[in-house]
Design a protein around this ligand. Structure first.
Ligand SMILES: Cc1cc2nc3c(=O)[nH]c(=O)nc-3n(C[C@H](O)[C@H](O)[C@H](O)COP(=O)(O)OP(=O)(O)OC[C@H]3O[C@@H](n4cnc5c(N)ncnc54)[C@H](O)[C@@H]3O)c2cc1C
Length: 210
């Protein structure tokens, strides 16, 4: 039996696992995907997250960007240089998320990937977690299974209203060098925006209506 079972090995789950394991708790992380797993995400991370960790994120950062550019119908560009001491981190989620998981493992957390949680039940003072590879038990349970995960519903929380976002990741290593800003375009998409975030070898282009 574990002190805590964490469902999901994204940044939330890996962070909980890291801090609990570091404090000597026995932790099991269950992740349905095989790690490292790709996740569609533009991957702009605020460097302020560093304050909650005591290790260097450098190996997980793909690129740093300190300019933001805004347009309306692709015109009237406004470009601002960020005055923060540390630029925005651009990350690739397979690398970034797996880096966090490895930090948790280094503290003693057990991670089982390729294992789907199919249901949970409480029995006395413990949680029984039913997975695709058997049942696991823990005193505490953490739902870190993302926006589309089932844990919130199983635990009786209100399920969030989901919105659609389209994302396209383009490899264009020759073109990125001259693009050193995060771009937001507000006029082309009604009630939403488009964005284009540069990575070291291409672009992450998104469209979201809110
Ligand atoms: C298109 C897009 C662009 C985005 N861009 C940015 C951005 O630029 N910057 C930013 O900060 N945020 C961005 N986000 C938001 C960001 O992706 C989320 O906030 C973040 O991933 C949440 O992390 P998490 O650990 O809570 O969940 P997730 O990263 O979603 O991880 C949940 C994990 O749980 C696993 N899981 C789910 N169900 C089960 C189950 N039953 N059993 C076992 N495992 C399970 C999943 O496989 C997954 O690995 C973006 C999101 C989208 C969709």
């Amino acid at each position: 039996m574990f002190d805590c079972i964490i469902v999901g090995a994204g940044p939330a789950g890996a962070t909980v696992a890291y801090h609990l394991a570091k404090r000597g708790r026995s932790v099991l992380v269950l992740e349905k995907a095989n790690l490292p797993r790709y996740k569609p995400c533009s991957g702009a991370v605020s460097p302020s997250v560093a304050q909650w960790f005591d290790f260097d994120f450098a190996p997980a950062i793909n690129r740093k960007v300190n300019r933001v550019r805004y347009t309306w119908k692709l015109e009237d560009p406004i470009e601002a240089k960020l005055e923060t001491s540390e630029p925005i981190w651009m990350v690739k989620r397979d690398v970034f998320d797996h880096f966090l998981v490895k930090q948790a493992q280094a503290q003693g957390a057990e991670v089982q990937d390729g294992v789907t949680v199919n249901g949970i039940e409480i029995k006395g003072d413990r949680w029984l977690v039913n997975t695709s590879s058997g049942t696991q038990e823990a005193k505490f349970l953490v739902g870190a299974d993302g926006a589309k995960g089932k844990m919130a519903e199983w635990l009786g929380f209100k399920t969030p209203k989901l919105r659609q976002i389209g994302i396209l990741e383009v490899k264009a290593p020759e073109a990125v060098a001259e693009h050193n800003a995060i771009n937001f375009e507000f006029g082309l998409l009604k009630n939403g925006c488009l964005w284009n975030f540069p990575k070291s070898d291409g672009f992450s282009i998104g469209a979201g209506s809110f």
